[in-house]
Design a protein around this ligand. Sequence first.
Ligand code: AMP
Length: 212
Amino acid sequence: MNIILMGCPGAGKGTQAVKLQQMFHLHHISTGDVLRAEIASGSPLGKQIAAIIDKGNLVPDEMIISMLENSVKSTDKGIIFDGFPRTVAQAQALDEMMHRLHHRITHVVMIELPQEEAVRRITSRRQCKKCGEILHIDVKNPLTKCPVCGGELYARPDDTPARAKHRFDVYRQETLPVKNYYQSSGKYVEINGYQEPQKVFEDIEKSLKKNK
Ligand code: AMP
């Protein structure tokens, strides 16, 4: 099983990818996490990447594609691609790579969420520095520490309202055409993301089992 998880910024891809990874014993590739790890390493490449991500733009296709191949080759498990492909060129490169490595994409799952709710989720999103848990703070009950491990919480620099809006523009322009690319493939399903995360997960699980 090789799954592509799509959705607008804030749709809940990261949360669902972790649940799917655990349930189906998959190798999780989040291109956002790969890029953030490169930034955290402090390398010159990481500095270039930070400048792009912080503005809410996409990292060039060639950079993403070359970073991905080693990760795909490093596992014999099924893969869940989270946040990739984000352009039609990336989707075409993925098809070519999977074909060359004698693999194939089996499912494309699109998590649908209205923009207003997505922006609300993005701007309230906090992540634990220690365990990576993703949380949403509430004005009435602001969290200062991670409720799972007590670690420090931080807001991603690209999660401000202005950057979130720009990321939506980029999403509409660059990533929505990827939906058309897969829609007629027979592997594509849409899931309502405007529900509790557990219910979203159950809907994804059902659709994966139905389209085995
Ligand atoms: P994410 O964690 O998936 O929300 O990604 C955070 C940011 O990383 C995005 O806003 C982009 O700047 C960059 N990024 C992640 N995945 C990709 C991709 N497949 N192609 C280009 N840029 C990406």
